[in-house]
Design a protein around this ligand. Structure first.
Ligand SMILES: [Zn+2]
Length: 273
């Protein structure tokens, strides 16, 4: 078990988010004890969505009124991070990432593999607002692009504040060394959609999961899945982490191409921190 406090600056210009983020958890995740209920509610009240064809990303906005932001939103995610458009500012505030080795339960939610927090010990502090880690999940290939480059996979760590504001840490994954931090989780990947979460046998050493270099790109975006709710604070690590070819292949056999195409950045700021 290890506890590591990571502190690095974030810009004052980053504005605390208002409501909207809470749906990230309800829709994209669901706490372990709520998962079954959430799944049923989704199936009964909202149409299913997918990553291709008639229920794919091009049509998400038309599948349900509640998904309108997927088509009409002005600050949607993911985006391409273009170095030429990234701003660097002098005035910064502290962003704390308080992670420790923690227990999770695993779900295959029909769109990705998701690890749900068993406790409430992991959080971010941004502009004095605390965001608790609710879950993390994976996309293959990456959803965000760096200078139009797509990575093999992308990890999203989804946090929520008491006010329902959402903040997501994104980590690019490239093929390389085996990722030991995820090897225990990978041994238990549920290949079929799950009704109940499976408790992981061993904890995940979250601080070890993050890249060494703490440089991040910040922008205001949305959920990358229906209902595409906006006012989500995105922080993307510049440095990727690695997973082995076998680990990436294991995930691809369950989910591949579970990514939304990039959305127009328009006049949004991307700030390098
Ligand atoms: Zn995601």
């Amino acid at each position: 078990m290890s506890v590591k406090l990571l502190t690095y600056p974030v810009f004052t210009a980053l504005i605390a988010l208002t409501i909207g983020g809470c749906q990230e958890q309800t829709r994209e995740t669901g706490a372990p004890e709520e998962e079954e209920q959430t799944t049923r509610e989704n199936n009964e009240e909202r149409p299913g969505w997918s990553y291709k064809g008639e229920t794919g990303p091009d049509n998400w906005g038309e599948l349900d009124e509640a998904y309108a932001a997927c088509a009409n939103g002005k600050e949607q995610s993911p985006v391409n991070i273009d170095s030429a458009q990234v701003e660097e500012k002098e005035e910064r505030e502290d962003l704390e990432i308080n992670y420790q080795s923690s227990s999770f339960s695993l779900a295959n939610n029909g769109h990705s593999i998701q690890a749900n927090s068993a406790g409430s010990e992991n959080h971010l502090v941004i502009n004095d607002e605390e965001y608790e880690l609710a879950q993390f999940h994976f996309h293959q290939p990456s959803e965000h692009l760096f200078n139009s480059e797509r990575y093999e996979m992308e990890l999203h760590l989804v946090h929520e504040s008491e006010n329902g504001d959402a903040a997501v840490l994104g980590v690019m994954i490239e093929e390389g060394e085996e990722n030991d931090t995820l090897s225990g989780l990978w041994d238990e990947l549920p290949s079929e959609e799950t009704e109940d979460d499976v408790n992981l046998k061993s904890p995940v050493d979250l601080p070890e999961l993050l890249p060494e270099d703490q440089t991040t790109f910040h922008y205001e975006g949305s959920l990358t899945t229906p209902p595409c709710t906006e006012e989500v604070k995105w922080m993307l690590f510049e440095e990727p982490i690695e997973m082995s070819e076998d680990q990436i292949q294991d995930f691809k056999e369950i989910y591949h191409e579970n990514h939304r195409p990039v959305q127009p950045l328009e006049d949004r700021e991307v700030i390098k921190n």
